[in-house]
Design a protein around this ligand. Structure first.
Ligand SMILES: NC(=O)c1ccc[n+]([C@@H]2O[C@H](COP(=O)([O-])OP(=O)(O)OC[C@H]3O[C@@H](n4cnc5c(N)ncnc54)[C@H](O)[C@@H]3O)[C@@H](O)[C@H]2O)c1
Length: 266
């Protein structure tokens, strides 16, 4: 039994958080006398494997082609970079491995490839692996349906100064949640600096703040002439996403091919 994981992006901040969280879970399980259901990172893939002095404590390969065919893997967890998505999908498909896809800013073309792959393997995708964000999305949908078009909707997201994509995948998922409850949907606005016109009713503004070591903050504001309702979520540490990805891996292990998300798991 147990869960054998290939960790893609093993040298990144999230990759390390997943490995640490797996160790923490195993320690807890061992303390409770459960020695069978352990989670094992059996190997990792990271393009910087040859250049990094860091040794993660499991075999690390610089590309998917180098992963030995006889390496027993139950599920892949990917927290890496969108430039790796194609190679990752090809590998998962070829080896018939379930895939938890956590990397963000994946192109539309590559998302279409992920949907294709989901016809052959189970794929779990979420721009945010926290249960709190799954709840926030639901609350945003319900709030928009309840409040209607007297309220302007704006989203503010804040992340650490190393994040390369903006806005965050989570901010877009929250915008989609609001949009799904508005007849005709919203038009997303990311930058008003080049415009000289007042805010339109169909607009949903998304602003990104980058600084320091912020793990991930999201606020959705519903603003009328008389009141403001603000729904917000703060991730206090990366373990929240790491834990979510390990839960998703356990959830996905014996699933039929298809595309899964947080709503299926929570
Ligand atoms: N779904 C979620 O809940 C969630 C939560 C946090 C982060 N993320 C996403 O996970 C991914 C990794 O996040 P992170 O904070 O660990 O990032 P990071 O920069 O610390 O790590 C990125 C990893 O990808 C690898 N990589 C491969 N090709 C790369 C390239 N061309 N440029 C840069 N790195 C490359 C790096 O070696 C590294 O291991 C990002 O897409 C991030 O947005 C998702």
């Amino acid at each position: 039994m147990g869960l054998k994981i290939l960790l893609s992006g093993a040298l990144g901040r999230m990759g390390r958080a997943v490995a640490a969280q797996a160790e923490a879970k195993n320690a807890q399980a061992a303390e409770a006398g459960e020695h069978e259901n352990l989670t094992k990172i059996v190997c990792g893939v990271d393009p910087f494997a040859d250049k990094s002095p860091f040794s993660p404590g499991f075999p690390l390969y610089s590309d998917f082609a180098s992963v030995p065919a006889n390496c027993a893997i139950d599920v892949i967890i990917d927290f890496s970079h969108f430039s790796l998505t194609r190679a990752l999908l090809e590998f998962a498909r070829a080896r018939k491995l379930p895939l938890v896809l956590c990397t963000t800013a994946i192109s539309t073309e590559d998302l279409a490839l992920a949907n294709e792959a989901a016809k052959e393997i189970p794929v779990f995708r979420s721009a945010n692996m926290s249960v709190g964000i799954a709840l926030l999305k639901k609350l945003v949908r319900e709030s928009e349906a309840f409040l209607g078009d007297d309220f302007d909707v704006e989203i503010v997201e804040k992340h650490h100064n190393r994040k390369v994509d903006a806005p965050s995948g989570t901010a877009l998922a929250l915008a989609d949640a609001a949009s799904s409850a508005r007849a005709g949907g919203f038009d997303y606005v990311y930058d008003r600096s080049a415009r000289r016109e007042k805010r339109g009713k169909r607009e949903l503004g998304i602003s990104a703040v980058r600084g320091g070591n912020i793990v991930g903050d999201h606020s959705v504001l519903f603003i009328s002439d008389n009141e403001i309702i603000e729904l917000s979520h703060s991730a206090l540490s990366r373990s929240v996403f790491a834990d979510g990805s390990l839960r998703a891996a356990a959830f996905l292990k014996d699933k039929a091919p298809g595309m899964y998300g947080m709503d299926d798991m929570v």
